[in-house]
Write a protein that binds this ligand. Structure first.
Ligand code: NDP
Ligand code: MG
Length: 406
């Protein structure tokens, strides 16, 4: 497919992109990629949660048709400020507005870059509306699971992974999904091991939020940075891989690769191993998601093999990262386990970042919540049931947080 063929033949217009979570790390990287291709893409809608000044700057630069903020009062302030600068962006408020933007008939591609389960509803809206859905927001798929994938199928959406590991696997697979099962024996998700790969386990309790957010290779949002430090990020990615590639839990393995040059691998049925390599830069998977199946300039620097000292791989230490094993337990457990796991982790990470619990308290909150909330098999078959389970898990996790902080 050529670039020309990607434009709407009736209007020959550029592709319209909605970025949910445009003020975050993935959101700003997406805008960076778009800035390199003004002839091909235009920004239709942007959204923020707390960083209103950044959203104003983005609106001034990109002049989107819409911008979304959570509260009506915030939206009015931004709207007045935009008008005072002669800018016509319409500012909407609330979670429903995110869904409306994601499903808007004029939108071609939706970048889902909100952090946490808060991104689930707009992802489902984009899926139902048959959009090209660029999924960075892994929590949405972890929480939504089968329901999410059904929405993609029935809505006729194109789901493209943005998480670098899943983009790597996607890039190693045949373009036609139907060929995947015959191709894949298992996948190897790589992980940097985070900043505490060599830290003395006896000092884990003294880790500060700033230490946990100092990721060795990437500057990311604070929640995913903490998840990388606990390796709960990899646990979420194991669950994400299960849904994206329709794998069994046994078909997903994790390997520590501190240099983050190999972004993940597919071990084929004949034991041939396919890997995707590159410098660690989110603009590569973002650019691929935007241009798939073509390739466009991403802004990432090229890998210089002669400058690489070594590529190393080691098995993960499950004692150091106790949260990692929960991924397989959740996948083998009753439906809804992953929803509870994610909710508890969101609460625990927020409490750690707020200074309420210690770093090693994150795992105990998650593990206790899973035990407490899912004693019986659950079967959340609807979004309402999923959100109810999510809320119940958050309440229980908050109680455990209270117990740890008392
Ligand atoms: P950030 O925290 O940097 O950005 C999150 C974005 O979501 C911001 O725009 C934020 O708004 C908005 N947001 C936060 N809470 C809400 C809410 N309750 N409702 C609506 N919007 C909200 O996160 P990242 O960009 O790092 O990560 C985004 C997603 O992508 C996560 O799911 C993460 O796991 C995934 N991901 C990130 C990678 C990375 O390199 N950063 C790599 C792979 C995946 P505001 O800033 O205005 O508060
Ligand atoms: Mg990742």
């Amino acid at each position: 497919m050529t670039a020309a063929a990607r434009t709407d033949p009736r209007t020959a217009r550029r592709e319209r992109v909605c970025i949910l979570g445009s003020t975050g790390s993935v959101g700003t990287s997406t805008l960076d990629v778009l800035s390199r291709h003004p002839e091909r893409f235009e920004v239709f809608a942007l959204s923020a949660h707390s960083r209103v000044d950044e959203l104003f700057e983005q609106c001034a630069r990109w002049q989107p048709r819409f911008a979304v903020l959570p509260e009506a009062a915030q939206a009015r302030v931004l709207s007045d400020r935009l008008k005072a600068h002669g800018l016509a962006t319409e500012v909407l408020a609330g979670a429903q507005a995110l869904c409306e933007m994601a499903a808007h008939e004029e939108v071609d591609a939706v970048m889902a870059a909100i952090v946490g389960a808060a991104g689930l509803a707009p992802c489902l809206a984009a899926a139902h509306a048959g959009k090209r859905l660029l999924l960075a927001n892994k929590e949405a798929l972890v929480v939504g699971g089968a329901l999410f994938m059904n929405a993609v199928r029935t809505g006729g959406a194109t789901l493209l992974p943005i998480d670098s590991e899943h983009s790597a696997i996607f890039q190693c697979l045949p373009l036609d999904r139907a060929g995947w099962p015959a191709h894949i024996d298992h996948v190897l998700l790589t992980s940097s091991g985070g900043p505490f790969r060599r830290r003395d386990p006896a000092t884990m309790s003294t880790i500060t939020p700033d230490e946990a957010c100092a990721h060795p290779n990437f500057a990311m949002g604070r929640k995913i940075s903490v998840d990388s430090a606990t390796m709960m990020n990899k646990a979420l990615e194991v669950i994400e891989a299960r849904w994206l590639f329709d794998l069994t839990p046994e078909q997903i393995q994790v390997v520590i690769h501190p240099q983050q040059i190999v972004h993940s691998m597919v071990v084929c049925r004949d034991n041939s191993v396919l890997a995707q390599l590159g410098t660690p830069d989110m603009r590569v998977p973002i650019a691929y998601g935007l241009s798939f199946p073509e390739r466009i300039e991403s802004g990432a620097s090229r890998l210089d093999f002669t400058a690489l000292s070594a590529l190393t791989f080691e098995a993960p230490d499950f004692a150091r990262y106790p949260g990692l094993a929960l991924a397989w337990e959740a996948l083998r457990g009753p439906e809804g386990c992953a929803t509870v796991l994610n909710a508890a982790n969101e609460v625990a990470v927020a409490a750690f970042l707020a200074g309420t619990i210690r770093f090693d308290g994150i795992h105990s909150v998650v593990a206790h919540t899973i035990d407490a909330v899912l004693p019986e098999p659950e079967s959340p078959g609807s979004i309402g049931a999923l959100l109810e389970l999510d809320a119940r898990a958050r309440q229980r996790a908050a109680l455990f947080v209270k117990g740890l902080s008392a």
